[in-house]
Design a protein around this ligand. Structure first.
Ligand code: F6R
Length: 375
């Protein structure tokens, strides 16, 4: 038996390691009594954090999806404008940057050529740089001005799962840290956000108990050729990553879209052959989040009128969603900004179980490598 232990594949083992990955990434960096965040590898001065006018995030694949979620976190908690770019496109945009900007690169392996290229170009242009890397002493970690290591542990499966959730946790920590430095968060607010982050690993554990439900959904849907994933706001990048997991592990064509955007074209595709997976969680305490969910439910109503099958990711206690979806997988309630750390888990499980049923070599899908070191 190898390191998979009792699991048949690394991918499912790594999905189940997510409570620990998130806990290890947060622990030791926060003081739960005060809500203060300490980021050891961040060798940038407090004055720098106060003066950044803008943040650019460059990353590839799943790491870029984490970056999009990070954009919502940083803008909301620290009030700094954030742009997110494909690392492979970074140079073509002739990035106009300088010492009043921070460029963040996000990477599991720390060796992705496109991401390294973006980091080097940002440095050449005078930007401060910060890397989020899962591999200690990787090239990207060493070349950036500062580094925050995610503590997901080695990720073997080509499809990234636990590294993604750890990246989301690290970006959330960074958002609170920036909020503290720039005083957009009070001490009480920081304490609240940190206590909610620390509650996430147990909530992921509870989502994992829904593995049999995800497996049953896989049994129902594994023969379909196309999937559409939708989400709004901070949940949109989760739709993107759900679609990417489906593509790379199952070889099923899947697209991730912002829920509000499907009226502008993809609606034409909706019929009984295109299952729609919708992130439709609700944070009852947040009026904006409730309104966002309501809009997504309106989309679902129309999708069902057009004959589509709807699989929704909902919040425990929110039965209303069953009127709009054919199947619901529930996750525990969490603040809107942290809910993505839970929502991604059933999507990973669905992709995994579909891949297994389609006979794909899940840990090593065709044509892919774990670390993409060519441009
Ligand atoms: C998808 C996946 C890839 C990587 C991408 C970037 O599951 O694993 O999309 O996220 O190749 O790799 P890193 O994060 O190592 O820079």
């Amino acid at each position: 038996m190898d390191d998979r232990g009792t699991f048949p594949h690394f991918m499912i083992k790594e999905i189940f390691e997510q409570p620990r990955a998130v806990r290890d990434t947060a622990m030791g960096r926060v003081d739960p009594n005060t809500g203060r965040v300490k980021l050891e590898g961040v060798h940038l001065r407090a004055e720098d954090f106060e003066k950044f006018r803008k943040i650019r995030i460059a990353a590839s694949g799943t790491s870029r999806h984490a970056g999009i979620a990070g954009r919502y976190m940083i803008q909301e908690l620290a009030g700094i404008p954030v742009d997110v770019e494909h690392a492979s496109e970074f140079e073509y945009g002739n990035p106009i940057t300088g010492p009043d900007e921070l460029t963040i690169v996000i990477t599991q392996s720390g060796e992705t050529a496109d991401t390294l290229g973006a980091l080097r170009l940002a440095k050449t242009r005078g930007s401060h740089t910060l890397a989020l890397s899962n591999v200690v002493d990787s090239t990207i970690g060493l070349e950036a001005d500062a580094v925050i290591y995610t503590h997901a542990g080695p990720e073997i499966s080509i499809a990234s799962t636990k590294a993604f959730d750890a990246q989301l946790a690290a970006l959330f920590l960074l958002a609170v840290y920036l909020g503290e430095m720039r005083q957009t968060l009070t001490a009480e607010q920081s304490k609240y956000w940190i206590s909610e982050l620390l509650a996430i690993p147990d909530k992921i554990q509870s989502v994992l108990t829904r593995d049999p439900e995800c497996s049953a959904l896989a049994e129902r849907f594994y023969k379909y050729d196309d999937f559409l994933f939708i989400g709004r706001g901070v949940h949109f990048p989760i739709a993107l990553d759900g679609a990417l997991k489906m593509k790379e592990t199952s070889y099923i064509h899947a697209e991730g879209y912002p829920s509000g955007e499907i009226k502008h074209g993809p609606y034409a595709m909706i019929d009984e052959k295109l299952p729609v997976v919708a992130i439709a969680t609700r944070d009852k305490s947040d009026a904006g989040a409730v309104e966002r969910q309501q809009r997504t439910l309106n989309n679902l109503k129309e999708i069902k009128q057009h004959g589509g099958h709807v699989i929704a990711i909902g919040t425990e206690g929110d039965q209303e969603i069953e009127d709009y979806a054919d199947y619901v997988v529930y996750v525990p309630p969490a603040p809107d900004l942290l809910s993505p750390l839970l929502e991604i888990v059933p999507l990973q499980l669905l992709a995994y179980h579909i891949a297994v049923r389609r006979g794909v070599d899940v840990d090593r899908p065709r044509n892919l490598v774990k670390s993409v070191t060519s441009e």
